[in-house]
Design a protein around this ligand. Structure first.
Ligand code: GLN
Length: 450
């Protein structure tokens, strides 16, 4: 823990942590030593972790990287993090992210962008680590935490994992409790892990997962031994390659990475077959309706009265307006406006309801593939390698939304997905592949990912 605490301080230029908690870390490590001495070590005893700032941590400032709750110190602990501490893990601090987890580059954070520890060969340009769990991914890649907890609403664990050469798993919706995680889009949000190996990801998820009576959407299922699944044989598994994921303009680099991944699975004894997921092309636009609608509703609570920052006004309406204009960043304001629009009386049927129907069709595509005997789907994690800070954060927000073309589909379907490093780009940057599994089929994914 002491080595990690020093490394966190030395790597300050990455801006991966928005709050380091060195004293708390050393206290927790001492308590770990005592438990070890007494022969009471937990499965994560003494392992130093970073936690995305979406997770409420008791007595430790939690902001979702937004000014509107910039000084919030929760008097409670999220279920997922409390399970990590129950098993002996140590908190190094809170990790940077896009504001309210809205973004794909970590550039919308009120605490400024995170620097990806990777650079293009021969270049000194700073690149984004992806987002929204950009701080988590950068910290794991830079060895300034042993592993990190993140959240994934539409790719926020898998895309940054792919950009940093790390492993990222988003489990099935309902596998982890959402209690104490700041809400972005409640029907899509899920906690997960970013780690340096498949085994580490399995180890952590085993602690984070499980039923929680405080979250009615958490599944009442026993948590399997994920670590045991890591080495399991994949002989005879049927892997689907969805033809609709060969999107227009896919780079040859990503296309050949995908082929290489298919070959690796064949070499391991799996059968690789082409499949069709016909509604894939509607996933991204439908996601950006459903997610923003839910966000506009979830973020209504930040009104300057009940929570966080307040800018006074002549009356209550002006207080709300001024508080929300000052407290939310540009991307969050844009999303609240779009979300409110698609939920408003004249547009609800045309946008929100239509998107919900599309969501059902996307889910059915996968159900059909699984019913046909497909065990998992193999796809790219991202359309490109990491890009430069500032390169895609210009006037057209759709540029950034297109980053999520491969990742949002499984959030819409509630399915688990894991991103694994699978090669380097011509410029020497990590590239990731993604495996998508059956509902609550995380064990199978760990075996295939390994
Ligand atoms: N990039 C996506 C978005 O901005 C996903 C974010 C997430 O998974 N939290 O909505």
């Amino acid at each position: 823990t002491r080595a990690y605490v020093e490394a966190v301080e030395a790597a300050g230029a990455l801006n991966a942590y928005v709050l380091a908690t060195p004293e708390k870390a050393l206290d927790m490590a001492r308590a770990s030593d005592e438990r070890i001495a007494k022969g009471e070590a937990g499965r994560l005893e003494g392992i130093p972790l970073g936690i995305k700032d979406m997770f409420a941590t008791n007595g430790v400032r939690t902001t979702a990287c937004s000014n509107i709750i910039g000084n919030f110190v929760p008097p409670y602990e999220s279920t997922v993090t409390s399970q990590l501490w129950r098993d002996g893990a140590v908190l190094l601090g809170k990790l940077n992210q896009d504001e309210f987890a809205m973004g794909s580059s970590n550039e919308s954070s009120a605490f400024g962008p995170v620097v990806n520890p990777w650079r293009r060969r021969g270049s000194t340009q700073n690149l984004v680590p992806g987002g929204s769990s950009g701080g988590s991914a950068a910290a794991v890649a830079a060895h300034i935490c042993a592993a990190a907890a993140g959240t994934d609403t539409g790719g926020s664990i898998r895309q940054p994992a792919a950009f940093t050469g790390t492993v990222g798993i988003k489990p099935t919706y309902g596998r982890c409790s959402r209690w104490g995680i700041i809400a972005y889009a409640s029907s899509l949000d899920q906690a997960g892990v970013i780690a340096r190996s498949v085994n580490d990801a399995a180890l952590l998820l085993g602690s984070m997962a499980g039923h929680d009576p405080k979250d009615s959407t958490s599944a009442n299922l026993a948590v399997p031994d994920y670590e045991a699944a890591v080495g399991a044989s994949v002989k005879g598994k049927r892997i689907g390659i969805p033809r609709e994921y060969r999107v227009e303009g896919m780079s040859s680099e990503i296309a050949s990475l995908w082929d290489k991944g298919a070959q690796m699975l064949r070499d391991a004894g799996a059968e690789v077959v082409e499949i069709s997921l016909p509604h894939t092309k509607y996933a991204l636009p439908a996601y950006y309706i459903v997610a923003l609608a839910e966000a506009s509703s979830n973020l209504a609570r930040y009104d300057g009265v009940r929570y966080g920052e307040r800018v006074p006004g002549r009356d209550i309406a002006e207080l709300y307006e001024k508080t929300r204009a000052a407290g939310f960043g540009a991307e969050v304001r844009r999303r609240i406006m779009i979300g409110t629009y698609v939920l408003s009386a004249g547009y609800y049927d045309a946008y929100y309801l239509k998107a919900q129907k599309v969501r059902t069709l996307i889910k059915r595509d996968f159900e059909t593939a699984f019913a046909d005997g497909i065990d998992a789907v193999l796809a790219p994690a991202t359309p490109s390698a990491a890009f430069g800070i500032g390169e895609k954060s210009g006037a057209d927000p759709v540029e950034m939304y297109l980053q999520d073309v491969f990742t949002v589909t499984l959030n819409m379907a509630g399915l688990p997905g894991i991103a694994v490093p699978a090669g380097l780009s011509s410029e020497g940057l990590p590239l990731g592949l993604q495996l998508i599994g059956r509902p609550f089929g995380e064990e199978g994914l760990f075996a295939l990912a390994q």
